[in-house]
Design a protein around this ligand. Structure first.
Ligand SMILES: [Zn+2]
Length: 127
């Protein structure tokens, strides 16, 4: 698919390879229907670094939503110890990827991710 005439929907970069981002499943393997439901009807195009950050943003939001539920005492994916471990690893990975990124992400603030990691670290899940 040729999208050379377009620009990145996040940072506005032009003249670079763009990828149509498919967000079919969320971090917990559920059908993706929350972050931006209109995306499926009008696909967005992102340059390489933004498409990577868009995936990080999606996982960040999924995990944030679930930790909100967990701390509110509601049913949460993070009630399962293995999912919790997987989410904690992913958030650490996101922090590292954002730290290593050349360009500051227009999509995801490093400080927000670090706060999420602190929240995860403050929770103990009993197996
Ligand atoms: Zn971009």
């Amino acid at each position: 698919m040729d999208s050379a005439a377009g620009s990145c929907n996040a940072c506005g970069t032009t003249g670079t390879a763009l990828m149509k981002l498919s967000l079919g499943k969320d971090f917990f393997g559920r059908t993706y229907d929350r972050l931006s439901p209109s995306t499926d009807q009008s696909p967005k195009w992102y340059c390489e670094s933004c498409s990577m950050q868009k995936n990080l943003q999606r996982d960040f939001r999924d995990i944030t939503t679930e930790i909100d539920k967990l701390t509110a005492g509601q049913t949460s994916q993070l009630s399962k110890p293995d999912e919790f471990q997987r989410a904690a690893l992913r958030v650490r990975e996101i922090v590292a990827l954002l730290d290593a990124a050349q360009n500051r992400s227009p999509l995801l603030a490093g400080g927000d991710v670090k706060r999420l990691l602190e929240r995860l670290n403050s929770i103990t899940i009993s197996a």
